[in-house]
Design a protein around this ligand. Sequence first.
Ligand SMILES: [Zn+2]
Length: 145
Amino acid sequence: MYRFSRAIYRELADEIIESPTGNRYTNHEKVLRACESAVERLATDRHYFARPTRTLFNDIRCFFPMASQRRVYAVVERYLAFADEFLANQPNNGFDVYGNPLQCRASTRKGTPCQRMPLPHNGYCPSHQHLAETEELQRTAAAAA
Ligand SMILES: [Zn+2]
């Protein structure tokens, strides 16, 4: 997954504002780390990560001059879309790209997490698909409000 965060960093590295502390790598490290954590969150927590592009952009925009902001946003958007597409095309073998077992996002009636394997497009197992539909309706309602 890190190829996506490294690609964002590489595209933008030349425009990062140098840190005033004299340590010229500090801002670079912060940008790289923010990119890595955004991509990692996309890979492991996709369904709860509502606006990846906006989140990462807000995390790193302060390290770039005003004139670069539009380009920074475009680069972040492009590579997170690549990462998202890559993740969406992973075989659903029960594990995420880091080898962690996937689990349905729902809880059972007893309140324990559902242990069944989720479907990749919404993170719910076949018996909990109705929750995905409810969620979709809520999102539509929220967007309309
Ligand atoms: Zn389930």
